[in-house]
Design a protein around this ligand. Structure first.
Ligand SMILES: CC(C)(COP(=O)(O)OP(=O)(O)OC[C@H]1O[C@@H](n2cnc3c(N)ncnc32)[C@H](O)[C@@H]1OP(=O)(O)O)[C@@H](O)C(=O)NCCC(=O)NCCS
Ligand SMILES: [Zn+2]
Length: 224
């Protein structure tokens, strides 16, 4: 589902650090960074090699690392942080308080949250709480190399461990350990996943790349 990295390289041009925030008519932020003419990138913290496709909107203050792929209709709020080589598929919204580390994959229409007990901040009874984000904002971290399946919902205040795999349509309500495969609503562990993304066999060997793993105190460790 990835687009060809070189297909729009002709739209790229360099910039100095003084270049103002991008609009639809200013199409590049860094040398070899591509912003589609129909995208809006207001952040000046998008690193080289990252591609931002049509109708994506990245707010000022958002940090996006290098060589990322931000697909159509993605929305990234100003307090979100993305590492390097991250793939965000179509129609994903990444709110303040969400941190996505290097090499993470977020499937189409996956949903993040950042308020466990939401109310309209305009409602007089809760106006005071919403005056300060410390009162309501619950951070979420997706650790290096993890994947989130299409349409999964990630409740805030959770951490998805390194190389974890969240099944399509799962609802994550608790932390997910490194390399854990979780499915269902609420998401429950049903297996372990290799660094390459394949589900491990019961002997903790990867059928794809043949890496081998061991369990130590419920933590998966590579033995290769
Ligand atoms: C979870 C997932 C990784 C499991 O793949 P797998 O290891 O090959 O597992 P299997 O297909 O053999 O399924 C194992 C069991 O889990 C169930 N299962 C698989 N995917 C599931 C899902 N998303 N939700 C609930 N149960 C699921 C299967 O029905 C099967 O149950 P059973 O043994 O009772 O029949 C995969 O099904 C998945 O959801 N991948 C994400 C796909 C995606 O969203 N891609 C986005 C980019 S397009
Ligand atoms: Zn593997």
């Amino acid at each position: 589902m990835e687009r060809d990295a070189g297909s729009h390289a002709g739209g790229v041009s360099g910039r100095s650090s003084e270049t103002p925030s991008l609009t639809t008519t200013q199409q590049s932020v860094e040398s070899a960074t591509y912003v589609h003419p129909s995208a809006i990138c207001e952040s000046t913290n998008v690193d080289t090699g990252t591609r931002i496709w049509a109708f994506a909107h990245i707010l000022e203050g958002a940090v996006v690392g290098r060589d990322c792929n931000i697909c159509d209709h993605v929305f990234i709020e100003g307090g979100a942080r993305l590492g390097d080589r991250v793939t965000i598929k179509n129609q994903v919204m990444i709110w303040d308080g969400v941190t996505i580390e290097d090499d993470v994959f977020v499937g189409p229409s996956a949903i993040f949250t950042n308020d466990r007990h939401p109310r309209s901040g305009r409602m007089p009874e809760v106006g005071q709480r919403y005056a300060n984000s410390e009162n309501w904002l619950a951070p979420t971290t997706v650790c290096r190399g993890a994947s989130i399946g299409a349409g999964a919902i990630i409740l805030c205040g959770t951490t998805l461990g390194r190389y974890a795999m969240v099944a399509a349509g799962a609802i994550v309500t608790r932390d997910v350990p490194d390399h854990r495969l979780v499915v269902g609503q609420p998401a429950r562990p049903i297996g372990w996943v290799c660094i390459c993304g394949m589900t491990l066999e019961t002997n903790l060997r990867c059928p794809q790349c043949h890496r081998r793993y061991e369990l130590h105190n419920d933590l998966l460790r590579s033995v290769d």
